[in-house]
Write a protein that binds this ligand. Sequence first.
Ligand code: CO
Length: 373
Amino acid sequence: MDEVPPDAAAADALVLFPSTNLRYLTGYTEEPGERHFLLFVTADADPVFLVPELSGEQVRAESVVDDVRTWADDEDPVAAVESVLAELGLAGDDRDDRDADDAPPHVLVDDAMHARFTQDLRRALPSATWGLASEVLADLRVVKDDAEIAALRRAGEAADAVVRELRRDGDDLVGTTEAELATHIEERLVANGGTGVSFETIVGSGPNGAMPHHTHGDRTVEAGDPVVLDFGTRVDGYPSDQTRTLVFGDDSPPEGFREVHRVVREAQDAAVEAVEPGVTTGAVDAAAREVIEEAGYGEAFIHRTGHGVGLDVHEEPYVVADGERELEPGMVFSVEPGIYLSGEFGVRIEDLVVVTDDGCVRLNRTDRDWRTD
Ligand code: CO
C-alpha cells in the first residue's frame, strides 16, 4: 500500500538551516557551512536554535529566537541534535507520552539544507515522514509586506540610477570590455546605495547577448553593438533585478535590431498591462508571448516571462506558460520577455512589478528605449 504523505499544515516540525527561509523567520543571516546550525520549530514548544559555540553570542544578539543552544567543536553535534529532537517530543522516550496515536512525526526540512544534515536527521528519526519547508513558507513569503516592498523599491532605485548613468555616459563606454563594464556597474551600484550584487552582472554585447545567462567576458563593446545589461544590488537584504538593452556610440545597430527591440518592448508592456489580482501567472506569460509569436519570433523567446523576487532573486511566483497561480496584491515579480537570435544579438527588457489592488506598479522606471544620450 502506498503511504499517503501528510499535508504540510499537519507537520510536527520545521527544521531550518542557514538560508533565506531562516532569515525570513528569525532575521538572522549566516553562510551555510560544515557545522550543524539548525533551527527547530514545533507547534507546541518555543523554537530552539542549535548553533556552533562560536556563533552563540551573535545569534542571541541578532535573531528573534530566545532559546539558543550551542555545541563546541570538541563535542558531537549529532548527539546535540538528538537531544533537542527528544526534548521536543519528536524522538526517543518522550515521544510516546506526547503522541497518543503514536504516529511517526512529519518533518519539513529547509529546501536549502545540505544533504549531510538531512541524513543526520533521517538517522535520528528513522520512522519520520519528510517534506520541504517551502510547503509552508513559500505562501508566506510570496506576499510582501510594506517594509519588504520599501527595500525592493530602494534596491530598484539604485539599479535605475546606474542605468541613467550608463545612458548618459554611453559613448564613453565604447571600447571597454564586458568585464570592465561589469566592474564599473558594480561600483556604481554600491555608490548609489546598494550592497554588493544580487546576482552575477550580465553584460551581453553583440552575439553574446543571444545567450540569456552569459555573464561577462573579454569581448570589447563596439559602437552599434546591442548590449544586454541585466544587473541588480541589494538593500536591507532585498534585491533588484532589471534589464535594459542599449546601443552605445553613433553607429547603427545591426539589421533587424530596431524591429526586434520594438517587439520585445511591446511584449513587456502587454504583460505588465495584464497584471492584476486574480489573473493567473499563465495569462501574464501569454500576454508577452502572444506579441512575440505574432511578430514571428516565438521560437526565439526561450524562457519564461518572469520570476518572483524577494530574499531570493528567483522565487514564487514563477510567470510561466500555463501557470495557474493567481496573482494577489503584494506579490513582486519580474516581467522580462526576450528575443535571442543566435550569432547575432539578443534583446531583453525587464522590470520588477508589485501587484496592487487594481493592477501593478513598476519598481524600475528608467526609459526602455535602446538609444542612449
Ligand atoms: Co530576472
